[in-house]
Design a protein around this ligand. Structure first.
Ligand code: LMR
Length: 397
């Protein structure tokens, strides 16, 4: 039966974890996967999460099946966080939110739903994008193309290229956009550029799908979420996938959501009914624990406050590491302009290193980053930044 099965390639991001774990180099550093580690290099258990878990444990509950679309209080809390509790679209019942298995699960649900809705649509993702975007939409049966994004020479965004590709896209094209902290480049559109994207989306009848996996890691929770409100205020129908893996340091709990904004409450009810069919045929209904923790934190004022502070601490530490990386790279002898590192937002820096240089970092120094040149700044700390910078300087020579 399996004689013809070929060995699949390692996943470009999670496959690095496998290689990293097998590496016996005592000085190895994992800058591959997008995971925040603290100053001691440890994955944090947020205090707000520990407090919510303690609260839940004090009143333990039996675990029945959840509703197909997840815990109602969680879905409501996600909607309030992402769209604002008082927004007319929320109050008017125009948004359907379903708990999903992480942000990836939200994307997959959206992709499967869209495939049923508009099977011949084309999907456009940024060039480059998170490696899994293409794979997810292709495995849902779509043809996936790209719109220009990264401008290597300018160390920024090829905005003209992006906008002209969107202008030429046929109506109904699904456009995957990174709401904040673009993965992998770290370059985000300005407010004015977002306005242009929204105008084109409206004019051309495109279908926006916002991936928001890093809310709070750029400029702040509200600041990073402002793009979603812009789409809402423009009166568009669109998709938003949410992840709490990073912002709650709950990677292994797979806590995410998919929200779909419709034109009317009636439309939204029909959309949700179809979304529930997609969920039922994928995994029936979601798991309990992680979403309960997130809902508890988001809806308990003191815990919510604590979460916002802890998220701000992570964001601020990443910013410090960006400045420290620039200083250390300069001290290691790099003379090129490094201003791009502090202009980038979120967990990643698109370093400009090529695949051969990234492989050398791995084989000679035990420093793991993605072959695209993406390194996770959120995994740098005072203990590893000097060695990382010196290694980067060596492979850059
Ligand atoms: C990443 O880009 O490293 C993260 O989103 C983790 C993943 O699933 O790839």
């Amino acid at each position: 039966l399996f004689a013809q099965v070929e060995m699949a390639p390692r996943d470009p991001i999670l496959g690095l974890n496998e290689q990293f774990n097998a590496d016996t180099n005592p000085n190895k550093v994992n800058l591959g996967v997008g995971v925040y580690t603290d100053e001691q290099g440890k994955l944090p258990l947020l205090k707000c999460v520990a407090a919510a878990e303690k609260q839940l444990l004090e009143a333990p509950k039996a675990r029945g099946y959840l509703p197909i679309d997840g815990i109602a209080a969680y879905d409501k809390a996600v909607q309030s966080l992402v769209f604002g509790a008082d927004h007319a679209a929320v109050k008017g019942g125009r948004i359907a939110t379903a708990q999903a298995i992480g942000g990836t699960g939200g994307l997959k649900l959206g992709a499967d739903f869209l495939k049923r809705l508009n099977p011949d649509a084309q999907v456009l993702i940024s060039d480059p994008s998170w490696e899994n975007h293409r794979a997810l939409f292709e495995s849902a049966g779509f043809t996936v193309g790209t719109y220009p994004y990264y401008d290597a020479a300018a160390k920024g965004i090829n905005v003209d290229g992006m906008l002209s590709t969107l202008k030429a896209a046929p109506a109904g094209t699904i456009v995957l956009l990174h709401a904040c902290c673009h993965n992998p480049t770290g370059y985000d559109l300005t407010e004015a550029q977002w306005n242009e994207v929204i105008a084109i989306t409206k004019e051309r009848g495109l279908v926006p799908f916002l991936d928001m996996a890093y809310q709070g890691f750029g400029n702040g929770i509200a600041e990073d979420g402002a793009v979603v409100i812009k789409f809402l205020d423009a009166g568009l129908s669109f998709f938003v996938s949410t992840s709490f893996s990073k912002s709650f340091s709950l990677y292994g709990e797979r806590v995410g959501a998919l929200s779909i904004v419709s034109e009317t409450a009636d439309e939204s009810a029909r959309v949700l009914s179809q979304l529930k069919r997609v969920i039922r045929t994928n995994y029936s209904n979601p798991p309990t624990h992680g979403a309960q923790v997130v809902a508890t934190v988001l809806t308990t004022p003191a815990l919510r406050q604590l979460w916002e502070e802890e998220l701000a601490q992570m964001r601020d530490r990443i910013k410090l590491m960006r400045t420290a990386l620039v200083d250390n790279l300069k001290a290691a002898g790099i003379t090129q302009d490094l201003g791009f590192i502090t202009r980038q937002k979120g967990m990643f820096s698109y370093s400009g290193l090529n695949a051969a240089q990234m492989q050398r970092l791995r084989s000679e120094f035990g420093i793991y980053g993605v072959d695209s040149g993406r390194i996770c700044v959120a995994a740098l700390n005072d203990g590893n930044i000097k060695a990382v910078s010196q290694a980067i300087a060596k492979v850059s020579q």
